[in-house]
Design a protein around this ligand. Structure first.
Ligand SMILES: Nc1nc2c(ncn2[C@@H]2O[C@H](COP(=O)(O)OP(=O)(O)OP(=O)(O)O)[C@@H](O)[C@H]2O)c(=O)[nH]1
Ligand SMILES: [Mg+2]
Length: 418
Protein backbone atom coordinates (compact mmCIF):
# COMPACT_ATOMS: atom_id res chain seq x y z
CA UNK A 1 0.00 0.00 0.00
CA UNK A 2 2.86 2.32 -0.82
CA UNK A 3 2.07 6.01 -0.73
CA UNK A 4 -1.30 5.63 0.99
CA UNK A 5 -1.90 6.30 4.63
CA UNK A 6 -4.57 3.73 5.39
CA UNK A 7 -5.46 5.47 8.63
CA UNK A 8 -6.80 8.43 6.67
CA UNK A 9 -9.23 6.29 4.76
CA UNK A 10 -12.72 5.38 5.87
CA UNK A 11 -12.70 1.85 7.16
CA UNK A 12 -13.46 -1.19 5.05
CA UNK A 13 -13.30 -4.24 7.33
CA UNK A 14 -10.24 -6.41 6.65
CA UNK A 15 -12.37 -9.48 5.89
CA UNK A 16 -14.33 -7.58 3.22
CA UNK A 17 -11.13 -6.49 1.57
CA UNK A 18 -9.81 -10.06 1.67
CA UNK A 19 -13.04 -11.44 0.22
CA UNK A 20 -12.99 -8.83 -2.52
CA UNK A 21 -9.39 -9.64 -3.34
CA UNK A 22 -10.16 -13.35 -3.48
CA UNK A 23 -13.16 -12.77 -5.75
CA UNK A 24 -11.48 -10.50 -8.25
CA UNK A 25 -7.85 -11.47 -7.81
CA UNK A 26 -5.98 -10.94 -11.02
CA UNK A 27 -8.99 -11.99 -13.04
CA UNK A 28 -11.80 -10.17 -14.64
CA UNK A 29 -14.00 -7.63 -12.86
CA UNK A 30 -17.12 -8.49 -14.86
CA UNK A 31 -16.74 -12.18 -14.14
CA UNK A 32 -16.19 -11.55 -10.45
CA UNK A 33 -19.28 -9.34 -10.36
CA UNK A 34 -21.36 -12.04 -12.05
CA UNK A 35 -20.15 -14.55 -9.46
CA UNK A 36 -21.01 -12.12 -6.65
CA UNK A 37 -24.48 -11.73 -8.14
CA UNK A 38 -24.93 -15.51 -8.10
CA UNK A 39 -23.78 -15.70 -4.50
CA UNK A 40 -26.29 -13.03 -3.42
CA UNK A 41 -29.13 -14.65 -5.33
CA UNK A 42 -28.31 -18.03 -3.82
CA UNK A 43 -28.34 -16.56 -0.31
CA UNK A 44 -31.76 -15.01 -0.96
CA UNK A 45 -33.15 -18.32 -2.15
CA UNK A 46 -32.20 -20.31 0.96
CA UNK A 47 -35.37 -21.84 2.35
CA UNK A 48 -35.95 -22.11 6.06
CA UNK A 49 -38.70 -24.45 7.27
CA UNK A 50 -39.85 -24.00 10.84
CA UNK A 51 -42.16 -26.63 12.36
CA UNK A 52 -44.62 -25.54 15.04
CA UNK A 53 -46.17 -28.45 16.88
CA UNK A 54 -47.84 -29.38 20.17
CA UNK A 55 -51.18 -30.57 21.52
CA UNK A 56 -54.55 -29.41 20.19
CA UNK A 57 -55.47 -25.94 21.40
CA UNK A 58 -52.00 -25.17 22.79
CA UNK A 59 -51.66 -22.03 20.66
CA UNK A 60 -49.77 -23.35 17.64
CA UNK A 61 -51.64 -21.39 14.98
CA UNK A 62 -51.50 -18.23 17.08
CA UNK A 63 -47.74 -18.60 17.42
CA UNK A 64 -47.40 -19.19 13.68
CA UNK A 65 -49.21 -15.89 13.07
CA UNK A 66 -47.25 -14.05 15.74
CA UNK A 67 -43.83 -14.94 14.37
CA UNK A 68 -44.99 -13.93 10.90
CA UNK A 69 -45.98 -10.53 12.32
CA UNK A 70 -49.69 -11.11 11.57
CA UNK A 71 -52.92 -10.69 13.48
CA UNK A 72 -55.24 -13.70 13.60
CA UNK A 73 -57.75 -11.81 11.47
CA UNK A 74 -55.30 -10.91 8.68
CA UNK A 75 -55.94 -12.48 5.28
CA UNK A 76 -52.89 -14.76 5.21
CA UNK A 77 -53.14 -15.74 8.88
CA UNK A 78 -53.55 -19.30 10.13
CA UNK A 79 -56.99 -20.11 11.49
CA UNK A 80 -57.02 -19.91 15.30
CA UNK A 81 -59.42 -20.79 18.09
CA UNK A 82 -61.20 -23.34 15.95
CA UNK A 83 -62.32 -26.60 17.49
CA UNK A 84 -61.18 -29.05 14.87
CA UNK A 85 -57.45 -29.57 14.69
CA UNK A 86 -55.47 -29.09 11.48
CA UNK A 87 -55.18 -32.49 9.89
CA UNK A 88 -52.07 -31.97 7.80
CA UNK A 89 -49.02 -29.72 7.92
CA UNK A 90 -49.89 -26.33 6.46
CA UNK A 91 -47.20 -24.06 5.08
CA UNK A 92 -47.36 -20.37 6.00
CA UNK A 93 -44.67 -18.39 4.20
CA UNK A 94 -43.61 -15.17 5.90
CA UNK A 95 -45.54 -12.33 4.21
CA UNK A 96 -42.39 -10.33 3.37
CA UNK A 97 -39.78 -13.12 3.20
CA UNK A 98 -41.39 -16.00 1.34
CA UNK A 99 -38.27 -18.17 1.77
CA UNK A 100 -39.04 -18.41 5.49
CA UNK A 101 -41.88 -20.88 5.89
CA UNK A 102 -43.60 -21.56 9.18
CA UNK A 103 -45.45 -24.89 9.26
CA UNK A 104 -48.54 -25.32 11.38
CA UNK A 105 -48.46 -29.02 12.21
CA UNK A 106 -51.41 -31.14 13.34
CA UNK A 107 -51.80 -31.66 17.10
CA UNK A 108 -49.77 -34.55 18.53
CA UNK A 109 -51.30 -37.52 20.30
CA UNK A 110 -54.65 -37.58 18.54
CA UNK A 111 -56.13 -40.78 17.11
CA UNK A 112 -54.74 -39.94 13.67
CA UNK A 113 -51.31 -38.89 14.90
CA UNK A 114 -49.60 -41.20 17.37
CA UNK A 115 -46.23 -40.03 18.67
CA UNK A 116 -44.28 -42.95 17.20
CA UNK A 117 -45.35 -42.33 13.61
CA UNK A 118 -46.05 -38.60 13.87
CA UNK A 119 -42.71 -37.34 12.58
CA UNK A 120 -42.86 -39.56 9.55
CA UNK A 121 -46.44 -38.50 8.84
CA UNK A 122 -45.63 -34.79 8.96
CA UNK A 123 -42.50 -35.12 6.80
CA UNK A 124 -39.69 -34.82 9.37
CA UNK A 125 -36.90 -34.23 6.86
CA UNK A 126 -38.40 -31.01 5.62
CA UNK A 127 -37.89 -29.01 8.81
CA UNK A 128 -34.87 -27.12 10.04
CA UNK A 129 -36.04 -27.12 13.65
CA UNK A 130 -39.11 -27.71 15.80
CA UNK A 131 -41.01 -25.53 18.22
CA UNK A 132 -43.04 -27.66 20.65
CA UNK A 133 -45.81 -25.61 22.24
CA UNK A 134 -47.81 -26.28 25.38
CA UNK A 135 -50.07 -24.02 27.42
CA UNK A 136 -49.66 -26.23 30.51
CA UNK A 137 -46.93 -28.65 31.56
CA UNK A 138 -45.36 -30.59 28.73
CA UNK A 139 -47.09 -33.96 28.36
CA UNK A 140 -45.88 -37.42 27.39
CA UNK A 141 -46.59 -36.75 23.70
CA UNK A 142 -44.49 -33.59 23.71
CA UNK A 143 -41.66 -35.37 25.45
CA UNK A 144 -41.70 -38.44 23.22
CA UNK A 145 -41.68 -36.17 20.22
CA UNK A 146 -38.73 -34.16 21.55
CA UNK A 147 -36.78 -37.35 22.19
CA UNK A 148 -37.45 -38.63 18.69
CA UNK A 149 -36.41 -35.29 17.16
CA UNK A 150 -33.22 -35.43 19.19
CA UNK A 151 -32.53 -39.02 18.16
CA UNK A 152 -32.85 -38.00 14.53
CA UNK A 153 -30.36 -35.20 15.02
CA UNK A 154 -32.47 -32.05 14.82
CA UNK A 155 -33.12 -29.23 17.25
CA UNK A 156 -36.28 -28.46 19.17
CA UNK A 157 -37.36 -25.71 21.53
CA UNK A 158 -40.11 -25.89 24.13
CA UNK A 159 -42.43 -22.90 24.15
CA UNK A 160 -44.81 -22.49 27.07
CA UNK A 161 -47.62 -20.35 25.63
CA UNK A 162 -50.36 -18.12 27.07
CA UNK A 163 -48.31 -16.91 30.05
CA UNK A 164 -50.30 -13.66 30.02
CA UNK A 165 -53.29 -15.77 31.03
CA UNK A 166 -51.36 -17.38 33.89
CA UNK A 167 -50.37 -13.98 35.21
CA UNK A 168 -53.94 -12.72 35.07
CA UNK A 169 -55.21 -15.83 36.84
CA UNK A 170 -52.57 -15.61 39.52
CA UNK A 171 -53.26 -11.93 40.11
CA UNK A 172 -56.78 -12.75 41.23
CA UNK A 173 -55.33 -14.10 44.47
CA UNK A 174 -53.92 -10.68 45.35
CA UNK A 175 -55.57 -7.44 46.37
CA UNK A 176 -55.02 -4.06 44.73
CA UNK A 177 -51.83 -3.45 46.70
CA UNK A 178 -50.52 -6.80 45.51
CA UNK A 179 -50.91 -8.51 48.89
CA UNK A 180 -52.05 -12.12 49.03
CA UNK A 181 -55.75 -12.14 49.95
CA UNK A 182 -55.90 -15.43 51.76
CA UNK A 183 -53.08 -17.65 52.90
CA UNK A 184 -53.77 -21.35 52.85
CA UNK A 185 -51.46 -23.74 54.63
CA UNK A 186 -50.45 -25.58 51.44
CA UNK A 187 -50.02 -22.56 49.22
CA UNK A 188 -46.58 -21.62 47.99
CA UNK A 189 -47.68 -18.18 46.85
CA UNK A 190 -45.52 -15.34 48.08
CA UNK A 191 -47.12 -12.72 50.34
CA UNK A 192 -46.38 -9.95 47.82
CA UNK A 193 -47.38 -10.32 44.15
CA UNK A 194 -44.39 -10.64 41.85
CA UNK A 195 -44.62 -11.23 38.11
CA UNK A 196 -41.06 -12.49 37.87
CA UNK A 197 -41.61 -15.01 40.68
CA UNK A 198 -44.69 -16.39 38.92
CA UNK A 199 -42.84 -16.65 35.63
CA UNK A 200 -39.89 -18.41 37.30
CA UNK A 201 -42.26 -20.85 38.95
CA UNK A 202 -43.90 -21.71 35.62
CA UNK A 203 -40.51 -22.12 33.97
CA UNK A 204 -39.19 -24.29 36.78
CA UNK A 205 -42.32 -26.38 36.80
CA UNK A 206 -41.96 -27.14 33.09
CA UNK A 207 -38.23 -27.80 33.31
CA UNK A 208 -38.51 -30.17 36.26
CA UNK A 209 -41.27 -32.13 34.47
CA UNK A 210 -39.05 -32.47 31.40
CA UNK A 211 -36.03 -33.47 33.46
CA UNK A 212 -38.07 -36.11 35.26
CA UNK A 213 -38.89 -37.52 31.82
CA UNK A 214 -35.14 -37.67 31.06
CA UNK A 215 -34.97 -34.80 28.58
CA UNK A 216 -31.39 -33.56 28.87
CA UNK A 217 -30.87 -29.81 29.52
CA UNK A 218 -34.39 -28.81 28.48
CA UNK A 219 -34.91 -25.22 27.41
CA UNK A 220 -38.31 -23.67 27.93
CA UNK A 221 -39.34 -20.24 26.66
CA UNK A 222 -42.33 -18.47 28.15
CA UNK A 223 -44.31 -16.60 25.52
CA UNK A 224 -47.50 -14.64 25.08
CA UNK A 225 -48.89 -14.40 21.60
CA UNK A 226 -50.15 -10.93 22.47
CA UNK A 227 -46.81 -9.51 23.46
CA UNK A 228 -43.80 -10.98 21.74
CA UNK A 229 -41.47 -8.28 23.04
CA UNK A 230 -42.01 -9.54 26.59
CA UNK A 231 -41.19 -12.67 28.62
CA UNK A 232 -38.82 -15.13 26.90
CA UNK A 233 -39.58 -14.47 23.24
CA UNK A 234 -36.57 -12.14 22.80
CA UNK A 235 -34.34 -14.87 24.26
CA UNK A 236 -35.92 -17.46 21.96
CA UNK A 237 -35.18 -15.27 18.92
CA UNK A 238 -31.59 -14.98 20.02
CA UNK A 239 -31.13 -18.71 20.57
CA UNK A 240 -32.75 -19.67 17.25
CA UNK A 241 -30.53 -17.26 15.38
CA UNK A 242 -27.37 -18.42 17.14
CA UNK A 243 -28.03 -22.08 16.53
CA UNK A 244 -28.70 -21.92 12.81
CA UNK A 245 -25.93 -22.30 10.24
CA UNK A 246 -24.78 -19.29 8.15
CA UNK A 247 -27.24 -18.72 5.29
CA UNK A 248 -30.21 -20.05 7.23
CA UNK A 249 -29.33 -17.70 10.05
CA UNK A 250 -29.45 -14.73 7.68
CA UNK A 251 -32.81 -15.87 6.31
CA UNK A 252 -34.34 -16.12 9.77
CA UNK A 253 -32.78 -12.90 11.03
CA UNK A 254 -34.12 -10.84 8.17
CA UNK A 255 -37.63 -12.14 8.74
CA UNK A 256 -37.71 -11.48 12.48
CA UNK A 257 -39.81 -8.56 13.63
CA UNK A 258 -37.83 -5.61 14.93
CA UNK A 259 -38.90 -5.85 18.54
CA UNK A 260 -35.66 -6.97 20.13
CA UNK A 261 -32.65 -4.67 20.26
CA UNK A 262 -30.08 -7.47 20.16
CA UNK A 263 -31.73 -8.90 17.06
CA UNK A 264 -31.43 -5.54 15.32
CA UNK A 265 -27.69 -5.53 15.94
CA UNK A 266 -27.29 -9.07 14.58
CA UNK A 267 -29.42 -8.24 11.57
CA UNK A 268 -27.12 -5.34 10.80
CA UNK A 269 -24.01 -7.51 11.07
CA UNK A 270 -25.44 -10.09 8.68
CA UNK A 271 -26.37 -7.45 6.12
CA UNK A 272 -23.03 -5.70 6.53
CA UNK A 273 -21.28 -8.91 5.53
CA UNK A 274 -22.91 -8.77 2.08
CA UNK A 275 -22.09 -5.16 1.27
CA UNK A 276 -18.87 -5.82 -0.60
CA UNK A 277 -20.68 -8.35 -2.79
CA UNK A 278 -23.41 -5.82 -3.50
CA UNK A 279 -20.93 -3.09 -4.41
CA UNK A 280 -19.11 -5.46 -6.71
CA UNK A 281 -22.36 -6.37 -8.49
CA UNK A 282 -23.48 -2.77 -8.75
CA UNK A 283 -20.19 -1.75 -10.40
CA UNK A 284 -19.74 -4.71 -12.65
CA UNK A 285 -22.87 -6.37 -13.98
CA UNK A 286 -25.21 -3.74 -15.41
CA UNK A 287 -23.19 -0.64 -14.57
CA UNK A 288 -23.80 2.55 -16.51
CA UNK A 289 -22.15 5.96 -16.12
CA UNK A 290 -23.94 8.47 -13.96
CA UNK A 291 -23.87 11.99 -15.40
CA UNK A 292 -22.12 14.57 -13.27
CA UNK A 293 -20.16 12.12 -11.12
CA UNK A 294 -17.29 9.89 -12.21
CA UNK A 295 -19.20 6.80 -11.15
CA UNK A 296 -20.30 3.83 -13.18
CA UNK A 297 -22.85 1.70 -11.43
CA UNK A 298 -26.26 0.06 -11.43
CA UNK A 299 -28.58 2.59 -9.78
CA UNK A 300 -31.67 0.39 -10.05
CA UNK A 301 -29.93 -2.37 -8.13
CA UNK A 302 -28.82 0.06 -5.45
CA UNK A 303 -32.36 1.37 -5.13
CA UNK A 304 -33.56 -2.18 -4.55
CA UNK A 305 -30.85 -2.74 -1.94
CA UNK A 306 -31.81 0.40 -0.01
CA UNK A 307 -35.47 -0.55 -0.11
CA UNK A 308 -34.54 -3.99 1.20
CA UNK A 309 -32.69 -2.43 4.12
CA UNK A 310 -35.81 -0.40 4.88
CA UNK A 311 -37.93 -3.55 4.80
CA UNK A 312 -35.44 -5.42 6.99
CA UNK A 313 -35.61 -2.68 9.61
CA UNK A 314 -39.33 -1.95 9.37
CA UNK A 315 -38.84 1.47 7.80
CA UNK A 316 -41.86 1.62 5.55
CA UNK A 317 -45.40 2.93 6.02
CA UNK A 318 -46.92 -0.52 6.44
CA UNK A 319 -44.49 -1.83 9.04
CA UNK A 320 -44.67 1.41 11.02
CA UNK A 321 -48.47 1.33 11.00
CA UNK A 322 -48.40 -2.25 12.32
CA UNK A 323 -45.92 -1.38 15.05
CA UNK A 324 -47.88 1.75 16.02
CA UNK A 325 -50.98 -0.40 16.38
CA UNK A 326 -49.20 -3.08 18.43
CA UNK A 327 -47.52 -0.52 20.67
CA UNK A 328 -50.65 1.61 20.90
CA UNK A 329 -48.73 4.75 19.94
CA UNK A 330 -49.47 7.32 17.22
CA UNK A 331 -47.46 6.54 14.08
CA UNK A 332 -46.21 10.16 14.07
CA UNK A 333 -44.42 9.50 17.34
CA UNK A 334 -42.50 6.64 15.77
CA UNK A 335 -41.76 8.59 12.61
CA UNK A 336 -40.46 11.54 14.62
CA UNK A 337 -37.26 9.64 15.53
CA UNK A 338 -36.51 8.36 12.01
CA UNK A 339 -33.67 10.21 10.32
CA UNK A 340 -33.14 8.24 7.11
CA UNK A 341 -35.63 8.01 4.25
CA UNK A 342 -38.47 5.50 4.38
CA UNK A 343 -38.74 2.86 1.66
CA UNK A 344 -41.40 4.93 -0.14
CA UNK A 345 -38.99 7.87 -0.41
CA UNK A 346 -36.21 5.97 -2.15
CA UNK A 347 -35.88 7.16 -5.72
CA UNK A 348 -33.24 7.09 -8.40
CA UNK A 349 -32.46 10.74 -7.64
CA UNK A 350 -31.96 10.00 -3.97
CA UNK A 351 -29.50 7.21 -4.79
CA UNK A 352 -27.54 9.52 -7.08
CA UNK A 353 -27.51 12.20 -4.39
CA UNK A 354 -26.15 9.74 -1.85
CA UNK A 355 -23.54 8.42 -4.29
CA UNK A 356 -22.37 11.97 -4.98
CA UNK A 357 -22.02 12.54 -1.25
CA UNK A 358 -19.70 9.55 -0.80
CA UNK A 359 -17.77 9.86 -4.09
CA UNK A 360 -15.34 12.50 -2.83
CA UNK A 361 -14.11 10.34 0.06
CA UNK A 362 -13.95 7.26 -2.11
CA UNK A 363 -11.59 8.87 -4.63
CA UNK A 364 -8.78 8.36 -2.12
CA UNK A 365 -9.24 4.67 -2.63
CA UNK A 366 -8.22 4.44 -6.26
CA UNK A 367 -4.48 4.19 -5.50
CA UNK A 368 -5.15 1.86 -2.62
CA UNK A 369 -7.21 -0.47 -4.79
CA UNK A 370 -4.60 -0.35 -7.53
CA UNK A 371 -2.18 -1.88 -5.05
CA UNK A 372 -4.50 -4.36 -3.44
CA UNK A 373 -6.65 -5.43 -6.37
CA UNK A 374 -4.84 -4.35 -9.53
CA UNK A 375 -7.69 -5.39 -11.80
CA UNK A 376 -10.14 -3.05 -10.10
CA UNK A 377 -7.57 -0.35 -9.52
CA UNK A 378 -6.59 -0.19 -13.14
CA UNK A 379 -10.10 0.67 -14.29
CA UNK A 380 -10.48 4.21 -13.04
CA UNK A 381 -14.28 4.14 -13.01
CA UNK A 382 -14.34 0.94 -10.95
CA UNK A 383 -11.66 2.20 -8.58
CA UNK A 384 -13.92 5.10 -7.61
CA UNK A 385 -17.31 3.48 -8.06
CA UNK A 386 -16.63 0.42 -5.95
CA UNK A 387 -15.70 2.23 -2.73
CA UNK A 388 -18.40 4.85 -3.37
CA UNK A 389 -21.17 2.25 -3.50
CA UNK A 390 -19.60 0.42 -0.59
CA UNK A 391 -19.69 3.48 1.68
CA UNK A 392 -23.11 4.54 0.48
CA UNK A 393 -24.61 1.13 1.33
CA UNK A 394 -22.72 0.89 4.60
CA UNK A 395 -23.85 4.31 5.81
CA UNK A 396 -27.44 3.74 4.76
CA UNK A 397 -27.45 0.41 6.59
CA UNK A 398 -25.96 1.97 9.75
CA UNK A 399 -28.54 4.77 9.70
CA UNK A 400 -31.46 2.39 9.08
CA UNK A 401 -30.37 0.14 11.95
CA UNK A 402 -29.98 3.15 14.27
CA UNK A 403 -33.45 4.36 13.24
CA UNK A 404 -34.92 0.94 14.01
CA UNK A 405 -33.38 1.04 17.50
CA UNK A 406 -34.86 4.50 18.17
CA UNK A 407 -38.26 3.45 16.83
CA UNK A 408 -38.21 0.42 19.10
CA UNK A 409 -37.32 2.59 22.08
CA UNK A 410 -40.30 4.83 21.39
CA UNK A 411 -42.57 1.81 20.87
CA UNK A 412 -41.74 0.28 24.26
CA UNK A 413 -41.54 3.57 26.21
CA UNK A 414 -43.91 3.58 29.13
CA UNK A 415 -44.37 -0.19 28.97
CA UNK A 416 -43.46 -1.08 32.53
CA UNK A 417 -42.30 -4.61 31.88
CA UNK A 418 -39.67 -3.57 29.35
N1 LIG B 1 -54.21 -15.31 26.29
C1 LIG B 1 -53.63 -16.01 25.32
N2 LIG B 1 -54.38 -16.77 24.50
C2 LIG B 1 -53.76 -17.45 23.51
C3 LIG B 1 -52.35 -17.39 23.32
N3 LIG B 1 -52.04 -18.17 22.28
C4 LIG B 1 -53.19 -18.71 21.83
N4 LIG B 1 -54.24 -18.28 22.57
C5 LIG B 1 -55.65 -18.64 22.40
O1 LIG B 1 -55.82 -20.02 22.55
C6 LIG B 1 -56.81 -20.53 21.66
C7 LIG B 1 -56.22 -21.65 20.81
O2 LIG B 1 -55.20 -21.12 20.01
P1 LIG B 1 -54.80 -21.74 18.59
O3 LIG B 1 -53.64 -20.94 18.12
O4 LIG B 1 -55.97 -21.85 17.70
O5 LIG B 1 -54.33 -23.19 19.06
P2 LIG B 1 -53.87 -24.41 18.15
O6 LIG B 1 -52.81 -25.13 18.90
O7 LIG B 1 -53.54 -23.98 16.79
O8 LIG B 1 -55.20 -25.27 18.14
P3 LIG B 1 -55.57 -26.46 17.15
O9 LIG B 1 -55.23 -26.07 15.76
O10 LIG B 1 -57.05 -26.63 17.36
O11 LIG B 1 -54.80 -27.64 17.64
C8 LIG B 1 -57.25 -19.33 20.83
O12 LIG B 1 -58.44 -18.84 21.36
C9 LIG B 1 -56.13 -18.33 21.00
O13 LIG B 1 -56.54 -16.97 20.87
C10 LIG B 1 -51.59 -16.56 24.22
O14 LIG B 1 -50.36 -16.45 24.15
N5 LIG B 1 -52.28 -15.91 25.19
MG1 LIG C 1 -54.35 -24.55 14.94
Amino acid sequence: MAGVDVKELPKIPEEDMEALKAAVGKGNLTEAAAKAKDALEKADKIILNIAVTGEAGSGKSSFVNAIRGLRDEDDDAAETGVTETTMEPTAYPHPSYSNVIVWDLPGIGTETFKSDTYLEQVGFNRYDFFIIISCTRFKTHDIELAQEIQRQGKKFYFVRSKVDQDLTNEKRHYDEEGILKQRKAATKRPHQYSESAILSAIRENCISGLKAAKVTSPRVFLVSRWDLGKYDYPKLQEVLVDELPGHKRRALLRSLSNIVKETLEKKKEQLQAQIWLKSLVSCGVAAIPIPGVSIVCDVAMLMTSLKEYCRDFGLNENALATLARQADKPIAELKAVIKSPLSEEITKDLVIKLLTKYAAGAVKYSTYLLNVIPVVGSILSAAVSLPTTYFMLQNFLDDAAADAVRVLEVAVKGDVSN
